[in-house]
Design a protein around this ligand. Structure first.
Ligand SMILES: [Zn+2]
Length: 213
């Protein structure tokens, strides 16, 4: 794994600086993959995109901003020091709910990104051995988010079909899940298809870790 420069961004509302790491190259050695598309790869970390400003609380997307500075590892060529700048961090489940309430997405792809993050943030509870829902409101929120994602995502490519199939399975709509799973023709999906079919046959709705073959 080869780290790239640390990118410094400024909040578009108040100018508060935030630092985000970047990567020159990585690999999927030791990676774990899950049925909701989440990948946990120690040698290929992902960095946050939606940020909640620590100073003025506004949400913004780093991919819509130009970095104001870049700090390279082992070089001291900048007048800013990283100790003074907050590290960018993902908003977390409650922050993502707030971002949706405040309609910060503005574009369809941003809304899909926030909702996928929210979906996987809920599923992280299952991944960590905890209950998926703490109360009825959680359940409503989760189901509603899955429904909206199903309406937003177009099954143009295989990986979109897989995401949709998983959303249907999470909603106990096993027939719709299997229909999409069975529409995948490329043999590269064969092992994964079997695992989805088994989960559906068992009436299993929660996220699961994909077995490597
Ligand atoms: Zn701000």
């Amino acid at each position: 794994m080869l780290p790239g420069p640390t990118l410094i961004f400024a909040c578009p509302e108040c100018g508060q600086k935030v630092a985000n790491e970047s990567l020159m190259s990585g690999n999927t050695f030791g990676a774990r993959y899950f049925s909701d598309g989440k990948r946990i790869a120690p040698m290929l970390p992902e960095f946050p995109d939606l940020i909640r400003c620590s100073s003025c609380d506004c949400f913004y997307f780093l991919h819509e901003q130009e970095p104001i500075d870049e700090l390279y590892p082992f070089e001291e060529q900048s007048d800013v020091t990283l100790e003074e700048i907050d590290q960018a961090k993902a908003p977390g489940l409650d922050g993502l709910v707030l971002a949706l309430q405040q309609e910060v997405a503005r574009k369809k792809e941003n809304e899909i990104a926030i909702r996928l993050d929210l979906w996987r943030a809920f599923n992280d509870r299952t991944r960590n051995g905890k209950s998926l829902f703490l109360n009825e409101n959680d359940k409503h929120l989760y189901h509603n988010n899955c429904e909206v994602l199903i309406a937003l995502i177009e099954p143009k490519e295989d990986h979109f079909k897989l995401t949709l199939a998983e959303l249907y399975r999470n909603l106990s709509r096993f027939e719709a899940c299997l229909k999409l799973i069975n529409s995948l023709e490329n043999p590269e999906w064969d092992s994964l298809k079997k695992q989805f079919i088994t989960a559906c046959n068992q009436g299993k709705t929660t996220v699961f870790e994909l077995l490597k073959t």
